[in-house]
Design a protein around this ligand. Structure first.
Ligand code: UDP
Length: 235
């Protein structure tokens, strides 16, 4: 199988790193996810990764807390995950750089777009931590933003479901999965692909999103090869 895309932005949810534990980081799971990422790099694909933080903390679920502070905590959670993914990739022999949207000089590079692109061109994976660096945003929006900035061919959203459905497949056994769907329909039907900020950003910048299941991590390599897995959202 040959890669279809030259440069991709992979979005890994925090949940996907927790494995069976459903919380925190299960390093074995992270290693399993990183193996196909190495395959992509070895096949010449440039890979940027935005990591979520939901396995530790989500600002929007913080109840009575001040939302901005809660989101700062969420962004710190994404950085823990970024370092975990970095370590797993390095153990597999992949060159990696972590860049954070909020400067943490002692533990990661600050996010600098041109530097990120140079790393990618040199075959290094760049893991983006801290989302966009702003409260009230999600890491899905960060994925769309970084993808637009680094001029990725596609946003690959690896999640716990295997695509976009017309209704919740956990509640409706007759739910229908789309192979492709337009951003217009996603936004109008309020389908749970990404939050609307992220979907709008992709729509406005002509960035397709592939939503696929990470349950089988090999899907990452299949997705990069353009195999018909998951759902593609396009203009
Ligand atoms: N977050 C934020 N700004 C961003 C990205 C993330 O404030 O640009 C915070 C927010 O609190 C969010 C948390 O980080 O809930 C973790 O990100 P997200 O919920 O997107 O993680 P995922 O659900 O993908 O694991």
């Amino acid at each position: 199988m040959k890669p279809k895309y030259k440069r991709v932005l992979l979005k890994l949810s925090g949940e996907s790193l927790a494995g069976e534990m459903k919380h925190g980081i299960d390093f074995e799971t992270v290693l399993k996810i990183c193996k196909p990422i190495k395959e992509c790099v070895d096949a010449g694909v440039e890979v940027g990764i935005v990591v979520g933080g939901g396995n530790f903390w989500r600002g929007r679920s913080s109840g009575e807390m001040d939302r901005t502070r809660a989101d700062h905590m969420g962004m710190l959670a994404t950085t823990i995950n970024a370092l975990g993914v970095c370590d797993a990739l390095e153990q597999l022999g992949v060159n990696v750089r972590v860049q954070t949207a909020i400067a943490m000089h002692q533990i990661a590079e600050p996010y600098i777009r041109n530097k990120a692109v140079l790393h990618l061109q040199k075959g290094r994976v760049v893991v983006f931590g801290c989302g966009t660096g702003n409260p009230f945003f999600s890491t899905d929006t960060a994925a769309a933003l970084r993808a637009a900035e680094i001029e990725a061919d596609i946003v690959m959203k690896a999640t716990m479901v295997d695509g976009v459905y017309d209704s919740d497949p956990k509640k409706n056994p007759n739910a229908k999965k789309y192979d492709t769907i337009s951003f217009h329909d996603v936004l109008n039907k309020d389908l749970a692909v990404m939050d609307s900020t992220a979907a709008s950003l992709c729509k406005d910048n002509n960035l397709p999103i592939l939503v696929f299941s990470i349950e089988d991590p090999e899907n990452i390599y299949k997705a990069v090869c353009g195999e018909n897995i998951g759902t593609i959202v396009t203009a």
